[in-house]
Ligand binder design. Structure first.
Ligand SMILES: [Zn+2]
Length: 467
């Protein structure tokens, strides 16, 4: 393991250089102002001590500068995947993320045996620079009631246990609390109260026992995968929640369940608008993770050459299992799936119209998804839904910076900010697919040119066959 991680470091521009350049100059680039969509052509950037120290048309070179000719390239801020599960195979996940321009992640849970210990050790390795990776915000483990969905969950049964969970997870180094679907009302409101007292964020699923409005009023900072929202877009949200709890208790997880038919039949455009207005008013962030439903469950995903090459063998196996299950499903299953998918698209359109704050996230770690690559698919899905390419890019750049209150340091390409950047061969504002045409990535001031990125990918391709 040590050797491998060390070799990852060696692929970087800096580690290969005899003596690290004092400054890196990206000369004559098109810099995209991610707030307005304005393209600042003929702009040069200076990177010094991890930050953008200068930016403009007349940058004076200094002896010892390491100069990159960025003529014809488009510079955007480094991307964030705001919903990952990347710790299980981080030695593959991190290089794949970086190679795809993902310089920051919010990791939402790990099924590893000692999640908080693993989080601490990954943080230490990143800080000590024994591994390369994106900026990391992570909870370590989710908090759920019983039955819990995932291994390594922190299970709580009542309010008292929920308060202890918040205290324990904060002290173990979690950056936020992630609430999950089976929390009881008492436990959920105790978490909300405990977090409010400590001014500490709680994020995650809207539990089956809680309405979306209750979650918004309780101060939940983000909602993942639109949980609860398709129910809330009806006049019978509470009845549907009860049906879901019943289905969950009987361990029936078939999508053909009567519940889904009810949800689809009861959709109400007026209610959808109302709930979006509540979310916009309370500034409850939404992380749609469309790709996990749209592509993660597509049986054709297994034929994707990128999947064959870069998917860890363990995820590849779970993808094959998922495909096996899906291919035995009835026509009714596919009919309901496609209706649910349309409802998610409708929700996203309405949210965008009503000004609900959005975060790009994938839920990668799940079957069918690929670290880094899937974020580009997620952004393309937003554009397919009706967001402009600029709005889609904002969900992965300036919006995460706002979400974390890190706008002073991250989220745009401006003087003084951390140098987390992606250099593209073509303009992503014209075609969102251009985010895939990566010329170079700058991660925390470290320049990774195309050759270094390809080396990272090649290393993962070898590992993927073994893991
Ligand atoms: Zn997830």
């Amino acid at each position: 393991m040590k050797l491998l991680l060390y070799s990852l470091v060696c692929f970087s521009f800096f580690a290969n250089a005899q003596a690290p350049a004092k400054r890196i100059v990206l000369r004559n680039a098109n810099v995209i102002d991610i707030k307005t969509g304005k393209v600042l052509s003929g702009t040069s950037l200076v990177i010094e001590s991890k930050r953008i120290s200068a930016l403009g048309k007349n940058i004076k070179m200094q002896t010892g500068d390491s100069v990159v000719d960025a003529t014809g390239k488009y510079v955007i801020p480094g991307l964030w995947d705001m919903h990952t599960h990347a710790f299980g195979k981080y030695e593959m996940a991190f290089p794949l993320l970086l190679a795809n321009g993902v310089t920051g992640i919010r990791n939402m849970h790990t099924t590893a045996e000692n999640p908080m210990q693993l989080l601490a050790s990954i943080r230490k390795s990143l800080n000590d620079k024994t591994i390369l990776g994106p900026r990391l915000v992570a909870n370590g483990q989710i908090v759920d009631g019983e039955p819990a969905y995932w291994p390594a969950t922190y299970i709580v049964h009542d309010a008292a246990e929920a308060r202890i969970a918040v205290d324990t997870l904060i002290r173990s180094g979690g950056d936020f609390i992630k609430v999950y679907s089976n929390l009881s009302r008492d436990a959920y409101f105790a978490i909300a109260d405990e977090c409010k007292k400590r001014d500490f964020p709680f994020e995650g699923h809207v539990p089956f026992s809680i309405t979306v409005e209750e979650a918004a009023m309780a101060g939940q900072k983000s909602i993942e995968h639109f949980t609860g929202l398709i129910n809330a877009s009806t006049a019978i949200e509470k009845e549907l929640m009860q049906e879901e709890v019943k289905a969950m208790r009987s361990q029936s997880d078939s999508i053909e369940d009567i519940t889904f038919r009810h949800i689809i039949a009861a959709q109400d455009g007026q209610k959808r608008t109302e709930v979006c207005r509540i979310l916009a008013g309370r500034k409850v962030w939404q992380c749609p993770t469309l790709v996990v439903n749209e592509i993660g469950f597509d049986t054709l995903v297994i034929n994707d050459p990128l999947v064959k090459k870069y998917m860890p063998a363990s995820v590849y196996k779970s993808t094959l299992d998922m495909i096996k299950t899906i291919t035995t499903e009835s026509e009714a299953f596919f009919e309901i799936s496609s209706k649910m998918s349309k409802l998610r698209f409708l929700l996203l359109q309405e949210m965008n119209k009503e000004g609900v704050p959005l975060l790009a996230g994938t839920d990668v770690g799940n079957p069918g998804l690929l670290y880094g690559f899937s974020l580009h698919q997620e952004l393309a899905l937003y554009v397919k839904t009706g967001l402009t390419p600029l709005q889609a890019l904002q969900t992965a750049t300036i919006n995460p910076a706002k979400f974390f209150s890190w706008e002073k340091d991250l989220g745009t390409v401006e003087k003084g900010k951390f140098a987390d950047l992606v250099l593209l061969d073509a303009n992503p504002l014209i075609d969102i697919e251009n985010t895939k045409k990566i010329f170079a990535v700058v991660a925390n001031g470290r320049y990774l040119g195309r050759q270094s990125l390809d080396s990272l990918l090649a290393e993962v391709a070898v590992l993927a066959r073994k893991n």
